[in-house]
Design a protein around this ligand. Sequence first.
Ligand code: MBD
Ligand code: FE
Length: 289
Amino acid sequence: MTFHNLSAEQGDPSAKGSGNAATDKFKHEAVKSDTSPERAFAIYQDVFKAIEDIAHKHQVTYDEYRVLKNWLIQVGEYGEWPLWLDVFVEHEIEKVNYERKGYTGTKGSIEGPYYVENSPKLEWNAEMPMRDKDREATPLIFSGQVTDVDGNGLGGATVELWHADEDGYYSQFAPGIPEWNLRGTIVTNENGEYSIKTLQPAPYQIPTDGPTGWFIASYEGHPWRPAHLHLRVKHPGYREITTQLYFRGGDWVDNDVATAVKPELILDPQQDDNGNNTVNYSFALDKED
Ligand code: MBD
Ligand code: FE
């Protein structure tokens, strides 16, 4: 299955459909690292030491080992490695790298499995690509400014925005949704300002019918992420940020299955006279070193 074919009528509204779409997309990314053999050895040694410790501490049984082996095979078959890793591992990698680089600007958060590059460019005050059914949700007018860390506006910055619809589905990862639905790239004006009309997204539920769902059920956890907007903000000469924004008081904000909420990233939209939620958020970018 290729994710390019998942729009329109094709695809499968299941863990396998979204999982394999995310895997297929990831396979098209150039993935490499200049990790030295010494560093690789040091990391692998620590991984095996941790496994050894866990096996002993919990007296892991042969049945448990075989269940693990079967589960790992199923994660691959359902294409859920991007999902499982981004939900349970990415937040720690994001944190380590944020701390090492000493950012002082806007806080980042995880990318997750559903980013697609080259989304359509949108004009100032434009509406995100959406269907009539999306217009039934509460509109969200999202505006603000991209600045440097001293607050100077950065004109010509790009703000890429992607998020789920009111059913919790992402275009290109669920069937029957137009290719670029709720995905767009906004260019800031000469003062670094942007403004876009979208809709209030809904919480996202990890598919429960695949291995990531079984994993969560095995410890009686919940499969929910709070409603969120995904953002990637770029300007030449500055460090790009990948982040997410959440909504104060929303379900799961305090208990995100992906552990990706930070207090600085919670919005508090206000309703205007036309029934739109409106919110202002500014992004401060660190200079590239
Ligand atoms: C999502 O929508 C998401 O943002 C993450 C990080 C993981 C799974 C689904
Ligand atoms: Fe998401």
